[in-house]
Design a protein around this ligand. Structure first.
Ligand SMILES: Cc1cc2nc3c(=O)[nH]c(=O)nc-3n(C[C@H](O)[C@H](O)[C@H](O)COP(=O)(O)OP(=O)(O)OC[C@H]3O[C@@H](n4cnc5c(N)ncnc54)[C@H](O)[C@@H]3O)c2cc1C
Length: 300
């Protein structure tokens, strides 16, 4: 899909897409629900320019693509004398069904706002597990695998990063995709609170590992937000005020009353938890609202 098409009245009339043979087709619709994810949804809206929407569809506020958040995943590693699969520790395999919200709420004494979910896991996969200072080549590398692989676990934090207006997705002025359309360009600088929250929580996770018996703890802090969680959020934010948000509380565009966005891009804040279930629950909630209320006005 390359464009959401609007009529003279500014309402969405359908979408333009290409089939497998490269033919461009128009799919007419009474309403359009965009679900392209936190990067491709703002890109599609920005690509959907028209006389009524010269800066992109539903972007009169200039908010489409802004407030991008990414949930950096950082962690502290603990090295244990016993194997971590030892019944004493009761821990085995990759991610456990175990997480803590104990540090989720703001605590002013920490010097930053917000907090995140934390959760333990094994260190990683044999071919790519690593931590700062680990030898990466030759006999020393093999020794490290032997000494540490079954003796390590980590406790991670899913950073509850702040939405900042200048952190954004827009259209790249130079790079195009295979269809000649501008690709998404991401501009992002972490807020100082992101660094403060991440460092505090990684240090706390290290304390938890020490309390659990780790003989050595290695913090792995972020240098920048890399997108290592694949949680792209916030770029078509939900809100009551059309000047500061793109969609309303039912994920309907403030400007185009038959255009909706049901994906991770509507999150007004990053949440600091895995987003998939919330994305699904919200989509369900808003779909019911369409069926019960909005669709009543749509004629065949
Ligand atoms: C490896 C991995 C592991 C993950 N693990 C977890 C986890 O454990 N828990 C969790 O909560 N989250 C997890 N996530 C994140 C989660 O998958 C995403 O947050 C979620 O899928 C986002 O949902 P969405 O609806 O916003 O977008 P998506 O699920 O990305 O859906 C967007 C869809 O739109 C399509 N699309 C995009 N542009 C266009 C276009 N122009 N035309 C037509 N189609 C288009 C895409 O192909 C895609 O199918 C993980 C992600 C990855 C990559």
């Amino acid at each position: 899909m390359r464009e959401v098409v609007v009529g003279r009245d500014g309402r969405a009339t359908g979408v333009l897409y290409q089939d497998g043979a490269g033919n461009e087709l128009l799919q007419e619709a009474k309403a359009v629900v965009v679900c392209g994810g936190g990067i491709e949804t703002p890109r599609l809206l920005l690509l959907s320019r028209s006389a009524q929407f010269p800066d992109g569809l539903a972007n009169g506020s200039g908010m489409v693509g802004r407030h991008a958040t990414f949930h950096q995943y950082s962690f502290a590693i603990g090295l244990f004398d016993d194997e971590v699969s030892d019944p004493l520790y009761g821990f085995s395999g990759h991610y456990n069904n175990l997480a803590s919200m104990d540090f989720y709420e703001t605590d002013a004494s920490r010097g930053h706002v917000l907090g995140s979910l934390i959760f333990p896991s094994m260190i990683g996969h044999p071919v790519n597990w690593s931590f700062p200072g680990r030898p990466s080549w030759g006999q020393a590398s093999k020794d490290a695998d032997r000494d540490f692989f079954n003796h390590s676990m980590k406790i991670g934090v899913l950073l509850h990063d702040l939405p900042v207006e200048s952190n954004r997705v827009d259209l790249d002025p130079d790079v195009v995709d295979a269809w000649g359309l501008p690709v998404a360009r991401i501009t992002h600088t972490p807020h100082p609170n992101d660094y403060a929250q991440e460092r505090w929580q990684v240090a706390k996770n290290g304390e938890i590992l020490e309390a659990a018996g780790a003989s050595r703890v290695i913090p792995v802090n972020m240098e920048r937000i890399t997108g290592n969680t694949s949680h792209e959020l916030g770029t078509v934010r939900m809100g009551d005020d059309p000047a500061t948000s793109v969609v309303d509380r039912w994920c309907r565009s403030h400007e185009v009353d038959n255009l909706y966005v049901f994906d991770a891009s509507v999150f007004p804040t990053a949440t600091g938890i895995n987003p998939a279930l919330t994305i699904m629950a919200n989509s369900w909630r808003c779909s019911e609202h369409i069926v019960r209320y909005d669709a009543r006005g749509w004629t065949d």
